[in-house]
Design a protein around this ligand. Structure first.
Ligand SMILES: Nc1ncnc2c1ncn2[C@@H]1O[C@H](COP(=O)(O)OP(=O)(O)O)[C@@H](O)[C@H]1O
Ligand SMILES: [Mg+2]
Length: 223
């Protein structure tokens, strides 16, 4: 099977790219383990020059005994696409945490290399309008990579509030489909990062969060 590269991208900072990239990669590993009875190879590339993900991996001691079930992380450095290619040569899946940069060049090059791109968006019309630029980048990347799949994912959804009418209207106007499932605002996502793990390693504390990530993976991979 050829390696599937999934980019988590948005030109907007703070929408959950890093959080989702870590947990999606961990969830893919868990899923592959369940399917095949052995750990699948899933890698993470930190293409954000701010390097939060690589920092997190170094901090949790990637040089020491690895926490079982967590993917390896490579820093994208100055040429993230080369790093993605290197990781793709011996992994089943590579998840890429893209930069929130106004200079779209890097994100666009990653989208040209990717199989799919997931765009997290906070549940407010303002945030949805702000991701229009990212949607344009998807269209531009498709000129070179016509098969590129793309979805918006509502992140940090509030349990009680149904999406407003304005939000629903705005979503209908976008050319990139919105995933049917959402990721709720949950303390487990912050706790996991703080503890140097993903929600899959939190046991009962992370169960609901992990179930949501599983749904995202199922919807994206089932496409
Ligand atoms: N579903 C969620 N529930 C709770 N907190 C979240 C969730 N997603 C992201 N966060 C928090 O929101 C902040 C921004 O998320 P982050 O993943 O760093 O975004 P980005 O990488 O897009 O800048 C972080 O403090 C993170 O812990
Ligand atoms: Mg980030």
């Amino acid at each position: 099977m050829t390696c599937q590269v999934l980019a988590v991208a948005s030109l907007k900072g703070g929408c959950g790219k890093t959080t989702l990239a870590v947990n999606l990669a961990a969830g893919m590993m868990a899923g592959m383990a369940a399917d095949t009875g052995r750990r699948g190879r899933v890698g993470l590339v930190d293409a954000d020059p701010q390097g939060a993900l690589a920092h997190w991996a170094a901090w949790r001691g990637s040089g020491g005994p690895a926490v079982s079930g967590l993917p390896g992380v490579l820093a994208g450095g100055t040429d993230p696409v080369a790093v993605i290619d290197r990781m793709a040569s011996n992994h089943g899946h590579v998840v890429v945490d893209c930069p929130p940069s106004l200079d779209m060049a890097v994100t666009r090059r990653i989208m040209e290399r990717a199989w799919g791109v997931l765009i997290p968006v906070l549940p407010s019309p303002l945030d949805l309008w702000a991701c229009a630029e990212t949607v344009v980048a998807v269209h531009q990347a498709r000129e070179r990579n016509p098969g590129l799949a793309a979805w918006l994912l509502i992140n940090q959804a509030e349990p009680a509030s149904a999406l407003s009418r304005a939000m629903t209207r705005s979503m209908a106007g976008l050319e990139v489909p919105v995933l049917g499932c959402m990721v709720r605002r949950r303390a487990a996502f912050r706790t996991a990062i703080l503890e140097g793990v993903s929600v899959y390693q939190l046991g009962a504390r992370g169960r609901d969060a992990a179930r949501e990530i599983d749904q995202v993976i199922e919807e994206v991979m089932g496409t």
